[in-house]
Design a protein. Sequence first.
Length: 74
Amino acid sequence: MKTLKDIAVGSGGKVKRLMGEGAIKRRIMDMGITKGVDIMVRKVAPLGDPIEITVRGYELSLRKSEAEWIVMEE
């Protein structure tokens, strides 16, 4: 199982599914991250947190703990 935090900088892919429940899943979905959406990893901070991504033309920052809940297609 490959999650968003495992994706290398400069590459991306489609979201396969979202794990988690409640507030975490709601926060991720509020950012426009849903099943089938393309995500591109733009930059990762030196310590790995936050991860900057591009989703639907928007540049967003995710915590590494949130990126672990997003399963990507391989």
